[in-house]
Write a protein that binds this ligand. Sequence first.
Ligand code: SF4
Length: 223
Amino acid sequence: MFDVNTKDNVKEKNMDLNEFYSELDNLFPEPKCELEYKSTYQLLVAVILSAQCTDRRVNIVTKELFKEYDTPEKMLKLSQSELENKIHSVGFYHNKAKNILSMSRDLIEKFNGEVPKDIEKLQTLAGVGRKTANVVFSEAFKGDAIAVDTHVLRVSNRLGFVKTDNPYKCELALMNLFDKSRWGKLHLQLVHFGRYICKAVKPKCSECPFTNNCIYYALHNTK
Ligand code: SF4
């Protein structure tokens, strides 16, 4: 078992979820995925490349890469070392190149060249874990999912929605807590909130509407 706040004890702590949604809507009315892509396959490649890397850096790399290699078939024309050279600056390029080629091969052999619209099937692809599958399912297919990345995990702990460093446990807890219709937007809002306000180092608490509900703020009284 893990330490999770249910709807009832979130209410007891005076965290009104409708107010929470409303404040997030004020901060980020129309949050968008910051990775640039023109197809579901491109999104999948971009999300794989984004592990431990900024979206900005990934966009620079994919802008060039996708000019010629924007489908699984075209990607497989590259050797591993050729692909490594093209994605070198995103870090972990050896594993990422290996996974992208393997994932592209699987798409052709097992899924007719199409990215599957199914979280479990997505996770059978090389380099695709739970978070990546959820991002693609939510972003490309508009499916109900909450992808938990480092920002969502940090913010959820600071605000007391969860007390865990396990992304999957956090995902289950957030799905239990928040309205399903909000999941996709909420994921993007929490990513933006964590990226621009509730930063890992020196969070901008003076710009945050949740200081009264924040465990981290109560402990650190960060200005
Ligand atoms: S008060 Fe500070 S630490 Fe707490 S959620 Fe807001 S920005 Fe993050």
